[in-house]
Design a protein around this ligand. Structure first.
Ligand SMILES: C[S@@+](CC[C@H](N)C(=O)[O-])C[C@H]1O[C@@H](n2cnc3c(N)ncnc32)[C@H](O)[C@@H]1O
Length: 290
């Protein structure tokens, strides 16, 4: 089995409890703090291996570990962990002040502050609009460019308050900066580019009959997973413009196990409010394409 988003190890522990030796769990995370938590668990579960890797490298990891094409289950629980969100030093939160960082892997790549301080206005607009579905994307992008000329962005609250002002203050339960923070996080971590690469690799790494389970937290990610499963479940892969099928009609690579997306029950949301927006999809690999 492979848990590609170890995080706090909640899923990994449940899998390990149910897994009989000689089963192995290979867990990945791009966050070194998650890996350090995982390493503490290895003493208790010797069949766990934790690796500081991006799940876009899943294929390489599977080859290195000698499990390519032999993995029975792959899990990805996307997004940020509670450990990341609750640590102001990581910069994911708009409610406590901290550096505008938001990198899951702090060893590489630009921070959220770098993006705010360097992206041209049109690029900022694209980030806020496409990744945050932010209705004031244009105005926020313009005001960011104007403000950074005086003082470059460093901390979370300055940006959160700026967005709040554009909204004319706070109304309702949702903080006005929620969408912009989501957008920046997606951009910093290249989340929407990583996901299709991961899904393609996961299908190759799985054994026949193996299952891929993906939990996502916003509609942009869920749409990618849904369309991927739909496409890979198609028997006919001829272009829609073609009148007659010439592909053989036997090309489905997966059987989708979740005809309808699985949402958390009210019971779960009451006990774990963070699960509120989660959506789970799963598919089973049918055969290795020749
Ligand atoms: C929602 S948390 C996972 C929580 C975990 N399932 C648990 O039970 O504690 C998501 C985790 O995925 C990691 N992550 C996100 N994108 C990743 C990627 N491309 N490669 C590896 N890890 C990633 C994050 O660093 C974070 O720790």
């Amino acid at each position: 089995m492979m848990d590609c988003t170890f995080g706090g190890g909640g899923h990994a522990k449940e899998i390990l409890k149910k897994m009989a030796v000689p089963g192995r769990l290979i867990a990945l995370d791009r966050d070194m703090e998650a890996i350090n938590r995982g390493l503490e668990l290895v003493a208790e579960y010797p069949n766990l291996k934790v690796l500081h890797r991006n799940f876009t490298e899943l294929k390489e990891v599977a080859v290195e570990e000698g499990v390519f094409g032999r993995v029975n289950g792959i899990l990805a629980d996307l997004g940020t962990s509670m450990f990341q969100l609750k640590n102001p030093g990581r910069g994911f939160s708009f409610s406590t002040d901290g550096p505008l960082d938001m990198r899951m892997d702090t060893s590489t790549g630009p921070t959220a502050a770098d993006i705010l301080n360097t992206y041209p206005e049109e690029e900022l607009l694209r980030v806020f609009r496409d990744y945050g579905e932010e209705r004031y994307a244009r105005r926020i992008a313009r005001e960011v460019v104007a403000r950074r000329k005086g003082t470059p962005y460093k901390n979370t609250l300055v940006f959160a308050h700026q967005v709040e002002d554009i909204y004319g203050g706070r109304r309702g339960r949702i903080h006005p900066a929620t969408r912009c923070f989501q957008a920046l996080r997606i951009a910093v971590n290249e989340e929407l580019e990583s996901l299709p690469r991961f899904l393609e690799s996961a299908l190759e790494v799985l054994a026949e009959g193996g299952r891929l389970v993906v939990i996502s937290f916003h509609s942009l990610e869920d749409r990618i997973v849904k369309n991927f499963f739909r496409d890979k479940a198609q028997n006919c892969i001829c272009p829609p413009s073609q009148a007659r099928c010439t592909c053989g009609g036997n090309n489905a690579q997966v059987h989708v196990l979740t005809r309808k997306v699985i949402r958390p029950s009210q019971w779960e949301v009451e006990r774990n409010p963070a699960s509120r927006s989660s959506r789970l999809r799963a598919a089973e690999k049918l055969r290795v394409p020749s």
